[in-house]
Design a protein around this ligand. Sequence first.
Ligand code: SF4
Ligand code: MG
Length: 331
Amino acid sequence: TGVLLQVDDLAVEFDTPKGPLRAVRGVSFQVGEGETLAIVGESGSGKSVTAHTLMGLVPLRARIVSGRVTIEGRDVTGLSDKEWRELRGERIAMIFQDPLSALNPSLTVGYQIAEMFRRHRRLGRKESRRLAVGLMEQVGIPDAERRLDDHPHRFSGGMRQRVMIAIALALDPRLLIADEPTTALDVTVQAQILRLLRQRQRADRLGMIIISHDLGVVARAADRVAVMYAGRIVETGTVAEVYERPAHPYTLGLMRAVPTPRDGGAPLEAIDGQPPDLLAPPDGCAFHPRCPFARDKCREVDPEQHELGPRRASACHFAEEVMTGVHTGHG
Ligand code: SF4
Ligand code: MG
């Protein structure tokens, strides 16, 4: 099956008064047709910057310093704003954590969905509204026809996220990027939205990227995982591989921080310490100040990606040891 997205050695830097901040460093991954990749990490790990860069939305004061992004075989690294506007929505679409800030509060939901068809497909008002109703039904908004003329504030958080998903899917993109799509929602609604995304992704064989700080969300929604720390991918594999035998101490820490019903939803054990200052990252492995496995070598040598299998890698000097020596965080 086809590779929809290919990212090679991407590096993104912010200009700050104190000098360049390397937010994303040497990030490479692929997303195939019908495949969901989760990018997981704490805030400041570079996961959102990576996602926005893929959409041509390089943040203010940031620039791509190296690397290449290819969407459906087309190098998009140097596209103009106009070319990006054509690509976005049509081939690649994004949904965000907070649908209320992404929707226009003064326009009806139906208008905002229908606008996709009017603007991009040059369809008339009636036809656009008809398609909007169909989309609202597809994403599980009850009583779609009547709700067409309601404004966003009349919808619950979960229903608003469904509206955003409808807008994102309107033009049949091949690739969908969801940045913390359920973080603002309560647990029951989270599960419903994840189920909906998964359904649509499977039905349309979309390539999907879910950005999340929550490994629990990822386990339910993704096929593959890339764990990011301090601007780098530190571990990749299938969901099962990463959960059953994590190969990087940071992943291990994230897993222990996943709340379980048994503890009343409180994290079992957060990872000690803070992510590094990316203006002055530590020598050697960026994780070493927080790593329970750290040794002298870790303070001196920045680890390369160790291949552990097909599309399975860890950027830890002691990956094999981490994999064999410990059980998952549920013990
Ligand atoms: Fe920990 Fe060393 Fe592995 Fe870095 S390289 S994650 S410090 S054991
Ligand atoms: Mg974010």
